[in-house]
Write a protein that binds this ligand. Structure first.
Ligand code: ADP
Length: 219
């Protein structure tokens, strides 16, 4: 029994690959960004507290993220973690949680992408507020069939409040300073696989699947 972690800069395809993996291997997709955005959408106390932080591109506190995540993953057997851990402290706390719950990490995929490409993708990204599907108005195969309407659920597409140039700079900066050190952390544990995020999404998915193989060990 194990889990998969995906580490990547903004817009490298964490969410997209997680959704594809979740449906191929029939395992849960846990996105900390989605967990937090749902709190905001539902107007919860936590949502009100974190709205400004997310909009500005900063990270919410490790305490908040760990307590939301703990509740979620305790109910699951194995899962894909998208957006967590985002710094060394979160990784250490997560290792403690894995020991407590007798779980383990099987694969950590690091999808690398240049800053300029990451920025371009963020600026032209739109997403569905209802089902979470992501589109890109500058990439032909990622455009919605009908302008501003979700192919999946027919809801209107929106621009995420943190998908603007100013928040992007902050997010990228934090990514380099806080998240990238995780690459060495997982390399030392022999769990890390590096994937080129410049490839198209099907090629990236193919590479990930060739590493995992036909099935995830559910025993
Ligand atoms: P992206 O992959 O596009 O950077 P996410 O959807 O993963 O965006 O996260 C959006 C925002 O949610 C982050 O910028 C941050 O404010 C918050 N967030 C998500 N995951 C974490 C985390 N593990 N720790 C702290 N903040 C987080």
């Amino acid at each position: 029994m194990g889990s998969i972690i995906i580490i990547a800069p903004p817009a490298a395809g964490k969410g997209t690959q997680s959704k594809l993996l979740s449906s191929k291997y029939n395992i849960s997709h846990v996105s900390t960004g989605d967990l937090l955005r749902n709190e905001i959408k539902n107007g919860t106390e936590l949502g009100i507290q974190i709205e400004g932080i997310i909009k500005s591109g900063k990270l919410v506190s490790d305490e908040i993220i760990l307590s939301s995540l703990k509740t979620k993953i305790k109910q699951l057997k194995n899962y894909i973690l998208d957006g967590f851990p985002r710094n060394i402290n979160q990784a250490i706390k997560y290792d403690q949680l894995l020991t407590e719950t007798n779980q383990q990490i099987d694969y950590v995929f690091y999808i690398f992408l240049d800053k300029e490409i990451s920025k371009k993708r963020i600026i032209s990204r739109i997403s569905c507020n209802n089902c979470g599907r992501v589109y890109n108005t500058e990439i032909e195969e990622s455009k919605p069939k009908i302008e501003n309407i979700c192919d999946n659920c027919n809801h209107n597409l929106i621009k995420r409040e943190d998908d603007n140039e100013e928040s992007f700079e902050k997010r990228y900066d934090i990514y380099i300073k806080e998240t990238q050190p995780l690459i060495d952390y997982y390399k030392e544990k022999n769990k890390l696989y590096e994937i080129d995020g410049n490839l198209d999404k099907k090629e990236i998915f193919g590479k990930i699947c060739s590493i995992i193989g036909d099935e995830i060990d559910n025993s």
